[in-house]
Ligand binder design. Structure first.
Ligand SMILES: Nc1ncnc2c1ncn2[C@@H]1O[C@H](COP(=O)(O)OP(=O)(O)O)[C@@H](O)[C@H]1O
Ligand SMILES: [Mg+2]
Length: 258
């Protein structure tokens, strides 16, 4: 596909509340290319979720423009151009793993659902767990089920809002490694929200550093790490240099507070 997967120009979003307006996003400019792994990182309240929700057409910008696959977010949503993974797995407890993954296909009446379900469960290394119920799985496995579900329509773009935020560090390391392999294998474009510096640096081809009040982008870092990296890369000087730059950006974003 020609052109960027996501292109935002001077994008702003103001929430009108009972007390004062909240400037959730202020003049955001962002370009996400096909095959990128982009992380949004920043402290709580800097607009990460809001930006992801604008891309997904779950929230509308107050001003500025944005395209997703060259379309408006609404057109992209209707064409199922993206899959969305929430912070909590949000699985139906009375449905088996395969019936959770197949739910979007069921709703849309897809006839090759069994094939798609099998392919996507294999992609997240859950082959053999088809008949289990969510409560029989660990938190990490549940989140992999929701990733498989987000891949049900095979969208080119995967939007993930702190998908591993509630998991312990060892599980998170493992899932980060698996997600990276999935990205490398499937050539998806991923937009990933986190507030972990190591997670952002490990996963990303591009890191978008954000700051609150108003929510805005303060740095965009191209990482240029090899696509098929392993966790060991976190010990290398290149990795530490990138982590340092993210940390400096986050610090600068806070300099005029308290
Ligand atoms: N629906 C809403 N109404 C009013 N304010 C909101 C709403 N959603 C988010 N906000 C505010 O917008 C800002 C950005 O929120 P959010 O995008 O959730 O940040 P993050 O995901 O980076 O923690 C915060 O100040 C938050 O309180
Ligand atoms: Mg959030």
């Amino acid at each position: 596909m020609a052109g960027p997967v996501i292109s935002a120009r001077e994008l702003s979003l103001v929430f009108q509340t009972a007390d004062a307006p909240v400037y959730a996003l202020s003049k955001v400019n962002l370009e996400v290319e096909d095959g990128d792994f982009v992380s949004f990182i920043g402290p709580s309240g800097c607009g990460k979720t809001t930006l992801l929700r604008v891309i997904a057409d779950l929230e509308q910008a107050t001003s500025g423009t944005i395209t997703v696959n060259g379309m408006t977010p609404q057109e992209a949503r209707l064409k199922r151009a993206y899959g969305y993974v929430f912070q909590a797995p949000a699985l139906y407890p009375w449905r088996t793993v395969e019936r959770n993954v197949g739910l979007p296909l069921e709703i849309m009446g897809f006839d090759n659902a069994p094939e798609r379900i099998a392919r996507n469960l294999e992609r997240v290394n859950l082959k053999g767990f088809e008949k289990k119920y969510p409560w029989q799985l660990s938190g990490g496995m549940q989140q992999r089920v929701s990733i498989a579900r987000a891949l049900a329509f095979d969208p080119k773009l995967l939007l993930m809002d702190e998908p591993f935020g509630a998991l312990d560090e060892i599980v998170r390391d493992k899932l980060n490694q698996q997600l990276l392999e999935l990205w490398d294998r499937t050539k998806k474009t991923v937009v990933f929200v986190t507030h972990s510096i190591p997670e952002a640096v490990f996963l990303s081809s591009k890191i978008v550093v954000m700051s609150p009040r108003p929510g805005r982008i303060i740095d965009v870092i191209e990482t240029n790490l090899p696509r098929n990296r392993t966790l060991d890369i976190r010990e290398t000087p290149e990795f530490l240099k990138l982590a340092h730059r993210v940390r400096e950006g986050l610090k600068a974003g806070h300099s005029y507070e308290d």
